[in-house]
Design a protein around this ligand. Structure first.
Ligand code: HEM
Length: 149
């Protein structure tokens, strides 16, 4: 199994990058949809359309892309000679992933609130929330690409 993972390493990495791009695209776009959704009147056609877009984005793209990111990322962790667990960067990456996954959970909760017409947050709140996955993504990519320590 371990030898097999070493053989397919470039493919695992390619599939990992494809899945994290898809995960991040959704994580950055969904809070943006919330910013616009706040401005739509409850019960309006526009508000109902946002609900459909948000549900499809979360269930059709963000959730499966997150699962695939963990599967391929986990396979990279298990590939021999790829990660030096004595280095600091991998632990910072894993900590950032913990917060990214937590943010995913919040997005899911906010989507449900919008779906039930019970959102309580302002558009400013979602604008700021949008910065969280951006900052985590920058940190993660610097950790894996630069490996500063
Ligand atoms: C979902 C859980 C994740 C796990 C378990 C994971 C784990 C890993 C591992 C072990 C590597 C191999 C590192 C290396 O080749 O030196 C890797 C590579 C990479 N990861 Fe992740 N990762 C995850 C999510 C993410 C996310 C969310 C991003 C981006 C925001 C990301 C971006 C990358 C990139 C760009 C590489 C390639 C680095 C290189 O050129 O070698 N990963 N990941």
């Amino acid at each position: 199994m371990i030898d097999f993972l070493a053989d397919i390493y470039p493919w695992t990495k390619a599939l990992h990058i494809i899945s994290v791009i898809s995960w991040m695209a959704g994580m950055l776009y969904l809070p943006r949809l919330f910013v616009y959704h706040v401005a739509a009147e409850t019960g309006s056609v526009q508000s109902e359309t946002f609900k459909i877009m948000e549900r499809r984005l979360l269930r059709g793209i963000i959730n499966p892309a997150m699962i695939l990111s963990f599967i391929f990322g986990g396979a990279l962790l298990a590939t021999p000679g790829i990660v030096d667990f004595a280095a600091g960067w991998i632990w910072i990456k894993l900590a950032a992933l913990f917060f990214m996954t937590g943010f995913h959970g919040y997005l899911s909760r906010w989507r449900k609130e919008f779906a039930a017409d019970s959102n309580t947050h302002s558009s400013k709140f979602y604008r700021y929330a949008n910065e969280i996955p951006t900052a985590l993504m920058v940190l993660i990519v610097i950790m894996v690409a630069v490996k500063p320590f």
